[in-house]
Design a protein around this ligand. Structure first.
Ligand code: GLU
Length: 408
């Protein structure tokens, strides 16, 4: 998928084959075997990856994912998308991704900590504040980042907060980082609504995924934008109420029972049903490849704001574009996370702390500008928003590669 998208954008801008060839390959791929003493006394070996796609514009940047389905190929695609994401937002960073094949839901907190520290040790020679700066992704959060910072700092003999972002605020994290991905989704969805003449207030929203991105998007869209969140889901299924869900109550239910599906005041639906609901805005905020050629023509939403990375396949993109669905692509829609990661890194390097107001204001300015840059390109070349975002990103990275040159 990632290569197909790159080829499509390359054709639009007549990108030189040499540069395309460079961009088609990650600069470095590392696989590590991680022995971990489990609570039952036995040792289990987990496989982890870190793929560094490009550092043409700055240190590699991107999250670390814990999931049973993690594979080298998936991490590779996600690493390339990070290069585009930082470039679309014009951040002085590159792109990378990490992952560990594991099922964190079946592990204790102690096992997860030992696994995380062993992984941090295993990749410690290729990460660093000026080399590669990891962050959270699926099933990882501030606590994991604190452990990685601590392990890296012990190995280096001094505290190094700038080695990783998405940390708890108490140990160098940025205010606003935790909900920044979701805030970014809300900002660009509101911009898209303006372009399409849709009223943001009372616009109906369905959100797939109720992790960090999905749940905070539901809260921000409902409470700050006055939108009507009618459906949400998690890995166990979804819930729907056409009059709007009480997001606070749904969150409480998720905390209590571990799933949104036990929430009383709504109808039960499947994850597939959620995608084809008659709503104004659809936010896929779970995993890759959920909108495919099989369901794309059944989608009724006017705007899709991709909270997840890679939720829409290239075939589905084509169908949605023909139908006139306005897709805000992942590398733009969910870039609020890495944007505030960048702010966190800058604060760490300078030993500063900015206020929440300042962080949110800077985030909004960057996201609105990038949205409009991409929108203008989509009009200029008469292409969908994904291709437009890629055109912008690929041009910026290509320019950096050309200016720096190849050595030796
Ligand atoms: N994992 C997030 C993403 O896919 C955040 C990356 C970061 O902050 O470096 O964009």
């Amino acid at each position: 998928m990632a290569l197909q998208q790159l080829n499509k954008a390359a054709a639009v801008i007549n990108l030189e084959d040499d540069i395309k060839e460079i961009l088609s390959h990650p600069q470095r791929e590392v696989q590590v075997a991680l022995p971990v003493r489990m609570d039952n006394g036995k040792i289990k070996v987990f496989i982890g990856y870190r793929v560094q796609h490009s550092n043409a514009r700055g240190p590699y940047k991107g999250g670390i994912r814990y999931h049973p389905n993690v594979s080298l190929d998936e991490v590779r695609a996600l690493a390339m998308w990070m290069t585009w994401k930082t470039a679309v937002l014009d951040l002085p960073l590159g792109g990378a991704k990490g992952g560990i094949v594991c099922d964190p839901k079946s592990m204790s907190q102690g096992e997860i900590e030992r696994l995380t520290r062993r992984y941090a040790y295993a990749i410690s020679s290729i990460i660093g504040p000026y080399e590669d700066v990891p962050a959270p992704d699926v099933y990882t959060g501030p606590q994991h980042m604190a452990w990685i910072m601590d392990t890296y700092s012990i190995l280096n003999g001094h505290l190094e907060p700038g080695v990783i972002t998405g940390k708890p605020v108490e140990v160098g994290g940025s205010l606003g980082r935790n909900e920044s991905t979701s805030r970014g989704v809300a900002i660009v969805v509101a911009e898209a609504a303006k372009k399409l003449g849709i009223k943001v207030k009372e616009a109906t929203v369905a959100i797939q995924g109720f992790g960090n991105v999905g749940s905070n998007a539901a809260l921000i869209m409902a409470k700050e934008y006055g939108m009507r969140v009618v459906a949400v889901s998690d890995s166990k299924g979804g819930i729907y109420n056409k009059n709007g869900l009480n997001v606070d109550e749904v969150l409480k239910e998720k905390e209590k029972s571990g799933t949104v599906t036990t929430y009383k005041n709504a109808e039960k639906i499947s994850n597939d049903d959620l995608l084809t609901l008659d709503v104004d805005v659809l936010v896929p905020a779970a995993l890759e490849q959920v909108i495919t050629e099989k369901n794309a023509d059944k989608i009724k939403a006017k705007i899709i704001g991709e909270g997840a990375n890679g939720p829409t396949t290239p075939e589905a993109d084509e169908i949605l574009y023909q139908k006139g669905v306005f897709v805000i692509p992942d590398i733009l829609a969910n870039s609020g996370g890495v944007t505030v990661s960048y702010f966190e890194w800058v604060q760490n390097l300078q030993r500063l702390q900015w206020s929440l107001e300042q962080v949110n204001k800077m985030l909004e300015e960057r996201m609105v500008k990038s949205f409009n840059d991409v929108y203008d390109i989509s009009k200029k070349y008469k292409v969908d928003m994904r291709t437009a975002a890629l055109v912008l990103a690929v041009s910026r990275v290509a320019e950096a590669i050309k200016l720096r040159g190849i050595w030796p």
